[in-house]
Design a binder for this molecule. Structure first.
Ligand SMILES: NC(=O)c1ccc[n+]([C@@H]2O[C@H](COP(=O)([O-])OP(=O)(O)OC[C@H]3O[C@@H](n4cnc5c(N)ncnc54)[C@H](OP(=O)(O)O)[C@@H]3O)[C@@H](O)[C@H]2O)c1
Length: 244
């Protein structure tokens, strides 16, 4: 069994690589810096479409198939939108969103051919609750959630399972981006260990569930939002009928 993990040099990706290894997978680790764990390790920037195509071709040439791709590579930029750098934001969109699109685009045909495979996307609860000072990051995750849900529906008939993992705060190097310098991490006390996310990846591979929240209590968030949307549309209907 072959598993590719992007962003495998640290945090959730590294923990997931170690976990999948324990489950008997041959691990292909990918990140910008050299990953220190994996049966095969590649230094690739996932935002580079040509580099991703090359690496997928190489992997398929060596193994002829891939069982699991965990699209995990990603980062956040902290700061008010009026101050953050557009160049960095563009790079974040390419990493967090397009990186997943590239790997999926290049691997899906071989999975469909085998009628087998798991695509696991590490998203974030920020997909549902857009955080001020992390709003472009949140938008990349919302785009990823939308893509994941659509692909889940499309790929089922081909035997390919697609899952989105939605963690809340996780204890990793996520806040090591320079934009977080001096920012107090008020979420630390709520943070979970990356192993909890790795366990969710295992669960997603076994079940093919469309969405898994870590911790699972977070699954109520989308319902709150849907409820608030319903309340909003009722309110606007009343307002437009009686007060316009
Ligand atoms: N930590 C949290 O609270 C949290 C919560 C929800 C979701 N997430 C998501 O979980 C995923 C993993 O984050 P983490 O918390 O484990 O952070 P992390 O410890 O900083 O790890 C991020 C990983 O992504 C890699 N990476 C970043 N940009 C890349 C690029 N352009 N090309 C290739 N690799 C790249 C990094 O490796 P190099 O720097 O060596 O390239 C590193 O291996 C991210 O998608 C993040 O959005 C995190």
């Amino acid at each position: 069994m072959i598993a590719i993990i992007t962003g495998a040099s640290k945090g959730i990706g590294k923990c997931t690589a170690l976990k999948l290894k324990n489950y008997g997978y041959t691990i292909v680790s990918i990140s910008r810096s050299e990953p220190d764990f994996g049966d095969i390790k590649f230094k690739v920037d996932v935002s580079d479409k040509i580099a991703v195509k090359d690496i997928v071709d190489k992997i398929l040439c060596e193994f002829s198939f891939v069982d699991v791709i965990v699209n995990n590579a990603g980062f956040g930029i902290y700061g008010s939108f009026k101050e953050t750098s557009l160049d960095e934001e563009e790079y974040m969109v390419r990493t967090n969103f397009l990186g997943t699109i590239y790997f999926t685009k290049f691997l899906l045909p071989s999975m469909i051919e085998r009628k087998k495979g798991n695509i696991v996307n590490i998203i974030s609860e920020a997909a549902y609750v857009s955080s001020p000072k992390l709003l472009v990051y949140s938008a990349t995750k919302a785009a990823l959630a939308s893509f994941t849900n659509g692909l889940w529906a499309e790929a089922r008939k081909y035997g390919v399972k697609v899952s989105g993992i939605y963690p809340g705060p996780v204890r990793t190097n996520f806040t090591s981006h320079p934009s977080f310098n001096g920012v107090k991490n008020s979420f630390d006390k709520f943070s979970v260990e990356p192993e909890k996310v790795a366990n969710a990846v295992i669960k997603s591979i076994k079940t093919g569930k469309r969405e898994i929240y870590v911790p699972s209590i977070l699954k109520i968030e989308p319902y709150f939002l849907k409820l608030s949307n319903v309340m909003q549309s009722i309110t606007y209907r009343i307002v437009s009928k009686w007060f316009s």
